[in-house]
Design a protein around this ligand. Sequence first.
Ligand SMILES: Cc1ncc(COP(=O)(O)O)c(C=O)c1O
Length: 417
Amino acid sequence: MDSMPSGPSSILGALTRQRQASLFDKCDNFTRADELKAVGLYPYLRVIETGQATEVMVDGRRMLMLGSNSYLELTTHPRIKERSAAAIHQYGSGCAGSRFLNGTLPIHLELERRLAALVGKPAALVYPTGFQTNTGVVASLVHQGEYVIVDKYIHACILDGCTLSQGSLVRYGHNDMADLEEKLTRLPPAANKLIITDGIFSMEGDLCDLPEIVRIARRHGAQVMVDDAHGIGVLGPGGAGTAAHFGLTGEVDLIMGTFSKSLAAIGGFIAGPERVINYLMHNSRPFLFSASASPASVAAVLAALEVMAEEPERLLRLWDNARFLKRGFDELGFDTGRSDSPIIPIVVGDWERCLEVWRFLRDEGIFVNPVVPPAVPPGRCMIRISVTAGHTRGQLEWALERFAKAGRTFGLIGSLS
Ligand SMILES: Cc1ncc(COP(=O)(O)O)c(C=O)c1O
């Protein structure tokens, strides 16, 4: 008797054929988010039903917002909203193209002049987002045989920019100036080098040691770039940022900022020498090949800059609130790392505990962000708190009581004896 056919077209072949591997297997195998949802510990993609004010509605419930980067409380400012709406009436809802081709409006140019003046640089260039600003600047400026030297806690978009660039990436320990010096010493002295640091670090809330970075850069012939996403509007005279805060504007080559934090919109900018801005304008791919920032965003930032200048008390209130809350956490015995800004982390340890603390605070009515790897090293998970100029003393005192309860429940602080 003939043996049964068993080729790929036979029934048996079809039954025994191995399931073909698929590109999407990794998606099917990614179950972490589902597992967290199943146990009520999924903290992401929460729907906020109101604007970014000190109180927000989530799931129909009022919560105290301590997780927004709207440091100056400008996203809900009446004049900023009006100017944004007026720009839509004048120019429409989008530019339908990149700055390079059909997407440049007079307000883009006006904004670039104003931003350059704010941070004290000759020129500035506006990108569609802060993320694209960093990737675009690093990828187009750093070429093969050149080096980008970054703080270990630098934002992800700088790292992506390094990956896209043909240059070599070197990382130094967080704010570790001896390590920075040592890493630079090992590089070819004649090679071009760009040191990049955050002004205020986005998770830890501490400041970079800019005076020392600038001294080291000078010794090694390196250029310096500050990612001031969290420093613009928060540090320095009139919110001019980290370089101005340290009186080192002239020593920093490039200053980057976003519109998505203090400046009440979305978008980003880089400021620096005219020739560098001109080069980026003609070589930086996210600038060339992505649609320009929308009229609504650009007008909102122009209005935000006006409000910042006219209402300096916002900056004072922001710092008053930041100091009050930090002192409150420290007196309770929380580990707030080296925060020295409106970003205050509470270091919790492993990620499971971090999510449990987050859930406890959510149930108490507080909106905060849990931060877990890869945003922080394993074992340094934290509850990231950000305070704004809009918080009242009463709100912060109310929050401190609830944090104290959470701290005692999870053994983050000593219990009352
Ligand atoms: C330090 C830092 N740089 C860059 C960015 C990217 O900015 P944006 O979100 O405005 O694109 C962020 C935003 O989270 C940030 O924290």
